[in-house]
Write a protein that binds this ligand. Sequence first.
Ligand SMILES: Cc1cc2nc3c(=O)[nH]c(=O)nc-3n(C[C@H](O)[C@H](O)[C@H](O)COP(=O)(O)OP(=O)(O)OC[C@H]3O[C@@H](n4cnc5c(N)ncnc54)[C@H](O)[C@@H]3O)c2cc1C
Length: 418
Amino acid sequence: MNFDTVIIGGGLAGLLCGIRLNQAGQRCAIVSRGQSALNFSSGSLDLLSHLPTGEPVTDTRAGLASLATLAPQHPYSLIGAEHVYRYAHEAQTLLAACGLDFYGNADAPHYRITPLGTQRLAWLSPPEVPVSPNAGLRVGVVGISGFLDFQPQLAAQALRKRGIDATATDIELPLLDTLRDNPSEFRAVNIARVLDQEANFTALCDALAPLSEQHDVLYLPACIGLTDNQVYTRLNHTLACEVRLLPTLPPSVPGMRMQTRLSQQFIRSGGTWMPGDEVIRGRIDNGVVTHLWTRKHEDIPLRARNVVLASGSFFSNGLIAGRDGVREAVFGLDVIQCADRTDWYRDDVFDAQPWQQFGVRTDASLRGQQNGETLANLYAIGSVLGGFDAIAQGCGGGVCAVTALHAAQHICTQGGTS
Ligand SMILES: Cc1cc2nc3c(=O)[nH]c(=O)nc-3n(C[C@H](O)[C@H](O)[C@H](O)COP(=O)(O)OP(=O)(O)OC[C@H]3O[C@@H](n4cnc5c(N)ncnc54)[C@H](O)[C@@H]3O)c2cc1C
């Protein structure tokens, strides 16, 4: 099977790269083994929230300039601040074209409210997610009786600590009783499958109506809107006050919606989507990846002029930690890591952890290396890359988007190796 580009991994990074390559007229395939991190994410994307010093970034351009000095191995520093800034804006346009509405922009991060009622800097948030409320607002944080993945009392308490008039209430919703019978079924995604049904809208509205009379805004767990935001929009039109949605513990309804929209857009734009398969090995001749074998197509190799590795970090087994070190799972690419295991961790679990920055080493065009030799047609993107800390620096989604578009740009302009 011949393609212009084969992408290994269909998470945020692989899909954005694939959609961009399809737009450029490439014949592109994505092989993706399992669920991506999007299914477990908040649904908001981070671009750069903090510098490695811990200082919050309020101006992205200034933050990127500081990062270049503080973290020269960071993918943003390799790509260059101006390019990062441009790709971030391009990503916003691309996401909008996929039918994904977001609040926020690349110039400066905004504060979103977390499920714990605290604030966190973000680049882009779905419009349903609350951003910092005004001090005078009466906020009703609404849980669903028996649903353990969202604790309204905790969120309300944290909001009150910041001077916001917040109260916590549970609603009953007997229409969810069949799910309640089995606690492991009583999860956000299954609840959304019930609440998204037209027939159940009135019952949901009736449960919320009295609360909407007593508050200026209601925060509900994100248990609606698996495929679209119709129920959310209707609630906002029908109730006496505004409604906003807070992400819950995984699985994440907003994250799953993003995954679905992006994979649909990839297929719609002409890509070959190979879910449930995995690349098990590749052949490299003279610094060029020539063949890829997958678990389902062991006899027929995939061949492509360019290969993009978007296999994720430890979470998705793109990186594997063993006794002797960390290795990249498919090609054994060179990995940025600390040689001594005692340097992998810091004792305080809330400290920035060195292992978070482990990942594939690349050149400025994001080409991977094997034993110090740069591979001519293998690009690495997203969270398989090293040199950044998605949690401490708040840059996970941004690194995926920016590196996806940077690799696509290289492939389109100079990536042919024939
Ligand atoms: C639990 C979790 C929550 C997060 N939440 C946020 C958030 O809210 N906001 C934010 O900005 N960032 C968040 N991040 C950071 C996150 O890493 C990125 O935002 C992003 O979603 C990662 O995308 P990715 O495409 O690099 O990798 P992944 O999403 O991990 O996708 C990699 C894909 O490749 C597949 N794969 C792996 N190996 C192979 C193979 N050999 N063959 C075929 N397929 C393969 C995997 O099955 C997976 O589907 C979160 C990370 C984690 C782990």
